[in-house]
Design a protein. Structure first.
Length: 351
């Protein structure tokens, strides 16, 4: 976090010097890195995420940047920092909460450490299709309930994107839970992810995303679980022989903004930002749809085998993780649980 703040302070000083020389008034932070307006009513939004420049997160960020800068009439400047330039996922969420960075996207499991109700999306094997995932991401009742939980943590939930299902990559073929027994698998620092893999029979080991490739290379961990997009963009397939389509969780990506910053914006600029979020979400969906087949082919071309599990095989994994559902039900508020289940049931009824 110190490195992140040092970078923001450096950028702020540089922007201030440029402003004094006629180079512009907006800066990416403000004093002590805070996202704040300048005296002439301009604003700077800093977006930090941990994935590479060719990912869904970056597609969102760039589309958001273009829309907001164009439609704010020069009132808002957007600066994008991919590749964990401003810190780890957890550090960046904390910085957004403290209004030191304006906006971020991380896996839902990371944000649940700050907003416990977000753990609801970590119930494994809830969704069978990406259409079902998107239905819940856009369900007004669920969004309203979850938004209130984020507000209480000084985080404004701007909307969700999704980079597909999380899948397992490893160095042995997997078709049953018993095939995973004893496997050391990297997970995020999330007690329910760890509980799920422990219930399946693996040895879950939390590790920072930025350290994962080296850990696979050195054999510190045997396996990991992420969407195929990240397996490709981070080249995890170079260290793994198999990708197993467990599809145990939808990779929900909540985009969050400092509530302090959002509330400081004039109403007309809040509208521009809200509209920019929807433009960014569509760009993210377009990106994942257009790259999914290519990502799968990149895995195959590398010599890594993709194993597609049957419905019966998936059911065996779901059965092992069933106790995690009850754990999460106890951890979240009744309001969130009811809104989530209502969304899932509404989708099923619509089919």
């Amino acid at each position: 976090m110190k490195k992140a703040l040092a970078l923001i302070l450096t950028l702020s000083l540089t922007a201030a010097l440029l402003a004094g020389c006629g180079g512009g008034d907006a800066n990416p932070g403000g004093e002590a890195g805070e996202a704040a307006s300048s005296t002439d009513g301009t604003y700077a939004i800093s977006i930090a995420h941990s994935t590479a420049e060719d990912t869904t997160d970056q597609a969102f960020a760039l589309a958001f940047k273009e829309y907001v800068e164009t439609n704010s009439g020069g009132a808002i400047t957007v600066n994008v920092y991919p590749n964990a330039q401003l810190g780890s996922d957890r550090e960046v969420v904390e910085a957004v909460q403290n209004n030191e960075i304006t906006m971020t996207a991380t896996a839902n499991a990371v944000q649940a450490n700050f907003v416990p109700d977000a753990f609801i999306l970590d119930i494994p094997f809830t969704f069978a299709t990406m259409d079902a995932v998107r239905y819940t991401m856009e369900d007004e009742g669920f969004l309203e309930a979850m938004g209130a939980s984020y507000d209480a943590a000084n985080l404004r939930l701007m909307g969700y994107t999704c980079t597909g299902f999380r899948v397992l990559s490893c160095n042995k073929p997997v078709h049953t839970p018993d095939d995973v027994k004893g496997m050391t698998i990297r997970t995020m620092e999330n007690e329910y992810h760890m509980a799920a893999w422990k219930a399946i029979g693996a040895n879950p080991t939390p590790l920072a995303f930025s350290e994962l490739y080296t850990a696979l290379q050195q054999g510190t961990v045997d396996a990991q679980e992420n969407p195929i997009e990240l397996i490709v963009t981070q080249k995890f397939y170079e260290q793994q022989d198999y990708v197993v389509e467990t599809n145990h969780l939808g990779q929900f990506i909540p985009w969050v903004m400092s509530k302090t910053f959002y509330d400081s914006l004039p109403a007309e600029l809040q509208t521009v930002v809200d509209e920019g979020i929807q433009v960014g979400r569509q760009a993210a969906f377009d990106h994942i749809e257009s790259t999914n087949d290519a990502n799968r082919q990149a895995v195959i071309d590398s010599g890594t085998e993709i194993i597609t599990l049957t419905d019966e095989e998936l059911a065996a994994f779901a059965e092992r993780t069933a106790p995690v559902n009850d754990m999460i039900k106890e951890a979240v508020s009744q309001t969130i649980y009811d809104a989530y289940m209502a969304s899932c049931e509404a989708y099923k009824a619509a089919q």
